[in-house]
Design a binder for this molecule. Structure first.
Ligand SMILES: O=C(O)CCC(=O)C(=O)O
Ligand SMILES: [Fe+2]
Length: 338
């Protein structure tokens, strides 16, 4: 096992509590910006990329026509009834989500994932082209960006702020301070589609502009975040290296509903796709050791869930019950910046 962050923090103990002591990173500053600075109408790929390079986020007005948004919303409304609820640790108990939208909603896949601007921007940031010696020949290969996750989130009244986080933590991506954005450093790109008007009051996604340029262990501060307020049908592009979170819903009766898609590098997959067409019964007949070795159980944190849960919930419910509260690969410390 390789640890790339062995020196990133020091564990200290005070009054029986173990804290992670982390140094401050004064050169990593948030970029000041207004909603106008972030917003584009009918943009080209290059215009979106320019905003992402500078701020890490970009709002695109009227991303999808009303008829398509209506159809996606119909699917989300039907699915949210059996949606996933949370215990309040990473997401508030007032939030309901629908994971794996792309296996449940054809219109989401065809219209939102396959949106030409999403594909163009994602490929510009995540696509890879290379050349290699194969015997006496030089061959080239192009690996396009691919779907990583697509989840609907409905935040209900009374929800507190979700904590600020980066969505590339699941790829164990180690960020370095950059004065200018460097292409090739990103492992995922998000698009956030508003199915309701989203406001500061009802839980709009907030993010820290410029935090995609920060060192790995720079702590994001609450007052550095700005709100990506959207009209229904607008979209917020965001680099996964940018700190962000869903926000508190302080309204009496409004629900904030969004579909959040992340694309990732095409090479972040296994060489053989052994899942497609293999009966579930085959995986149910395997040992826990085999399921882990095949990469069917989770990689920590947060990667590889089936409907947001470890695959043992589906394949070995008894085993899942034992492991549910006992995640052997994750430790949590209150962080102290020194
Ligand atoms: O609901 C939102 O606005 C953001 C959700 C999010 O960032 C997450 O769950 O990773
Ligand atoms: Fe997130």
């Amino acid at each position: 096992m390789i640890s790339q962050t062995a020196d990133a923090f020091k564990i200290i103990e005070k009054d029986g509590v173990k804290y992670a002591e982390v140094q401050a990173f004064p050169e990593d500053v948030a970029v000041k910006c207004t909603a106008e600075d972030l917003t584009l109408v009918s943009p080209t790929k290059e215009q979106v990329l320019a905003k992402l390079e500078r701020y890490g986020g970009c709002i695109v007005k009227n991303y999808l026509p009303k008829e398509k948004v209506d159809l996606i919303e119909q699917d989300v409304d039907a699915l949210i009834i059996d949606g996933r609820k949370y215990n309040g640790s990473f997401l508030p108990t007032q939030t309901i989500s629908v994971p794996a939208m792309c296996k449940k909603s054809l219109v989401t896949t065809e219209e939102f994932v396959c949106h030409p601007l999403n594909l163009a921007v994602s490929d510009a940031i995540l696509g890879k082209e290379n050349c290699f010696w194969v015997g006496d020949e030089v061959i080239t290969g192009y690996s396009p960006a691919q779907h990583n996750s697509c989840i609907s989130f409905r935040i209900g009244p009374g929800a507190p702020d979700q904590v600020l986080h980066r969505d590339d933590i699941l790829h164990h991506n180690i960020r370095k301070h950059m004065d200018r954005y460097e292409y090739g450093t990103e492992t995922a790109v998000g698009t956030v589609l508003a199915l309701s008007k989203t406001t500061k009051q009802n839980g709009a996604t907030r993010f820290v502009p410029g935090s995609h340029l920060w060192s790995h262990m720079r702590k994001p501060l609450k007052d550095e975040a700005v709100y990506a307020e959207l009209e229904r049908g607008d979209c917020f592009f965001m680099l996964a290296s940018c700190y962000h979170g869903g926000s508190a819903n302080t309204t009496e009766s409004e629900y904030r509903t969004q579909v959040i898609l992340f694309m990732t590098q095409g090479t972040l997959r296994q060489e053989e796709n052994i899942l497609l067409g293999t009966p579930l019964e085959y995986f149910k007949s395997l040992s826990l050791t085999a399921i882990k070795a095949l990469g069917i159980t989770m990689s920590y944190p947060f990667c590889g869930g089936v409907n947001g849960r470890d695959a043992t919930a589906l394949l070995m419910p008894e085993e899942y019950k034992k492991r549910e509260k006992d995640d052997p690969y994750t430790s949590t410390y209150p962080g102290l910046v020194v």
